[in-house]
Design a protein around this ligand. Structure first.
Ligand code: ADP
Ligand code: 3PG
Ligand code: MG
Length: 394
């Protein structure tokens, strides 16, 4: 991937700057339950304010499908951003049109305006050229800081970049630099930890990491499909019948390339995915027929910690167990703690992985916690993301 122009090298002095941010945060009513993505956008916003720019923010929230959905208005986000910036954040009932134009005109130098949810317009997801042009007409330059939405070719992430001088924001740049370096020029040993649910969701990620990493450590329901490929009886454990062949060839590919490729040796099994279910630890060769694997076991944790002890680069995607249930979150938490001790670069990406990390209070011990869910997976696959590709090269 080519280096993209940075917001630092963009002439934004006293300009109107349209900044695409990813403020798609989890909400409980109008309460924001995790403001990580809002905090992550603050450095770019401040850098532009300091240059006397008019900062015009555009984001989506949820999936309103091209209609106005009251619950998905951005007002709670504007309020939280105002607290973080310690300055007022202007809002506007629409994204484009006369009201938006007026809101921009009224914005003082260094002022911040948050436009309404861009997905209230169907043209956004259609990447409609006329809509992209209307968005562009609000500003002199465009900055994309929405790494979390960079895998979408929408009007505000892709189309608009064709109409204005453009650059990557500081968050976007950090995501690309840290993850790009880990994939292309990693300090070694480079360990990849892959867990989560479906092999089929992550074939691309597995393929890419198997080629680039020295050691691959598998966990989660994902590992069950690999155990099945070894013809193990795993009782009622979740696995993907259709992905067994792929799993077999990935194991062969990794071993042929001389990589360390590890599957769990032992597991916590339970009678059901339920907080009250009875559970105990067994070797993976002895999963009782009526039980299911819900977490990696203590021997596996010890072995994986050993593999991490001299690592210089670690990329982790996908929890080691059913982290939604406290009793089955041990493996994920202990691996996260081991990651905190690694003397090197540690990177965690993926919606559920990051949520588990935050919940365990361990995010601060990781070098880079990606703000992308789907976007970081596509990045780890080695794909070009349209929201990045559309930006001007450095
Ligand atoms: P990410 O969002 O980080 O990419 P995934 O979406 O692939 O991760 O996987 C997370 C999901 O995998 C969680 O809902 C978790 O409960 C589930 N999971 C992990 N291990 C198991 C298991 N052994 N059995 C069933 N589900 C599991
Ligand atoms: C995300 O949360 O992964 C991004 O904000 C993208 O949202 P989307 O999957 O609705 O496009
Ligand atoms: Mg997920």
């Amino acid at each position: 991937m080519k280096r993209k122009r940075s917001v630092e090298d963009l002439d934004a002095q006293a300009k109107r700057v349209l900044v695409r941010v990813d403020f798609n945060v989890p909400l409980d009513g109008d309460r924001i339950t995790d403001d990580t993505r809002i905090r992550a956008a603050v450095p770019t916003i401040r850098a532009l304010q300091e240059r006397g720019a008019k900062v015009i923010l555009v984001s989506h929230l949820g999936r309103p499908d091209g209609k106005v959905v009251q619950e998905l208005r951005l007002a709670p986000v504007a309020a939280r951003l105002g607290e973080l910036l310690d300055a007022p954040v202007a809002t506007c009932p629409d994204v484009v049109g006369p009201e938006a134009q007026r809101a921009v005109e009224q914005l003082p130098a260094g002022g911040v305006l948050l436009l309404e949810n861009v997905r209230f317009h169907a043209e956004e997801e259609q990447n409609d050229p006329a809509f992209a042009k209307q968005l562009a007409s609000l500003a002199d330059v465009y900055v994309n800081d929405a790494f979390g939405t960079a895998h979408r070719a929408h009007a505000s992430t892709e189309g608009v970049a064709h109409h204005l001088p453009s650059a990557a924001g500081l968050l976007m740049q950090k995501e690309i630099d840290i993850m790009g370096r880990a994939l292309l020029r990693p300090d070694r040993p480079f360990v990849a930890i892959v867990g989560g649910k479906k092999v089929s969701d992550k074939i691309g990620v597995l393929n890419n990491l198997i080629q680039r990493a020295d050691r691959i450590l598998m966990g989660g329901a994902m590992a069950n499909t690999f155990l099945k490929a070894h013809a193990l009886d795993i009782g009622k454990s979740y696995f993907e019948e259709d992905a067994i062949d792929v799993a077999s060839s990935l194991i062969k590919e990794a071993r042929a390339a001389g990589k360390v490729f590890l599957l769990p040796r032992d597991a916590t099994v339970a009678t059901a995915i339920d907080p009250n279910a009875l559970h105990h630890v067994v070797p993976v060769t002895e999963v009782p027929p009526a039980q299911m694997i819900v977490d990696i076991g203590p021997e596996t944790i010890a072995q994986y910690k050993q593999q991490l002890s001299d690592a210089k680069t670690v990329i982790w995607n996908g929890p080691m167990g059913v982290t939604e249930i406290e009793a089955f979150a041990t493996g994920t938490r202990k691996i996260a703690r081991a990651l905190g001790k690694v003397q090197g670069t540690t990177i965690v990406g993926g919606g559920d992985s990051v949520a588990a990390l935050e919940q365990a209070g361990l995010a601060g011990q990781i070098t880079h916690v990606s703000t992308g869910g789907g976007a970081s997976l596509e990045f780890l696959e080695g794909r070009d993301l349209p929201g990045i590709a559309a930006l001007e090269d450095a």
